[in-house]
Design a protein around this ligand. Structure first.
Ligand code: MG
Ligand code: ZN
Length: 226
């Protein structure tokens, strides 16, 4: 008899900042333009005194919209793609694995950085931006559903819940504490950095990675073993 899991479609939810890219682009942008007061907001966000949505919104409101060109240019040119990402996209395509980007990043750098890769636009979830006012305003088109009270901004678990675990084997790839709720929901977790620490602390099964080549190897091994 065929194992039940083999009938499920595999789907990847992949984080962007610090996962597809080497570093966190939001922090890089804010650090570079260095507006007064950003460190305090960043510290309070990391300490979860304020939500990610509140923190990111406040950080960008420190920057005047007149900086649009400079902020966008810096955001795009500063980013480096993690090794093996194009190969991983090809692996997903060849193996009929759905691939989605679930990013807490902002549209003005996420879409341009991903432009050279063949990812349908409706498979990329991220936050929006408005440069029409005095200050840069972040927009939140993907809010938390009734199952999430974290005020995520871009809610990864809300998107994951749209793909039922009855039909899908849900795979999450991420690097930070903001990926942890998604990791709890997922069938398979690929983690690096803070997400690995958090998974170890709370005993959640995970496979560590540093490059996307590591993930391809782990997936190949798993397919052979099943
Ligand atoms: Mg990240
Ligand atoms: Zn949420």
């Amino acid at each position: 008899m065929t194992k039940e899991t083999t009938t499920k479609k595999r789907i990847v939810f992949c984080d962007f900042d610090g996962t597809i890219t080497e570093n966190d682009n939001i922090i890089a942008i804010i650090k570079h333009f260095n507006p007064a007061g950003w460190e305090d907001i960043a510290t309070r966000t990391i300490a979860t005194e304020i939500s990610v949505k509140e923190g990111v919104g406040q950080l960008f409101r420190l920057l005047p919209s007149t900086l649009e060109r400079a902020v966008v240019d810096f955001g795009i040119s500063n980013a480096r793609i993690r090794s093996g990402f194009p190969e991983f996209l090809a692996y997903c395509k060849d193996n009929d694995i759905d691939f989605y980007v679930t990013s807490g990043g902002i549209d003005f750098f996420v879409y341009p950085i991903l432009e050279s890769f063949d990812i349908p636009r409706d498979h990329i979830y991220c936050n929006g931006s408005d440069f029409g006012g005095d200050r840069i305003e972040i927009l939140w088109p993907n809010p938390c559903d009734g199952h999430c009270a974290n005020d995520c901004g871009m809610c990864k678990t809300t998107i994951m819940r749209r793909f039922s675990s009855d039909d899908y084997e849900r795979i999450i790839i991420g690097d930070s504490v903001t990926d942890f709720e998604g990791a709890k929901l997922a069938d398979v977790v690929y983690s690096r950095s803070h997400l690995t620490v958090k998974c170890e602390e709370l005993g959640l099964a995970h496979t560590k990675f540093e490059t996307f080549h590591d993930i391809i190897s782990a997936m190949r091994a798993e397919q052979k073993g099943s």
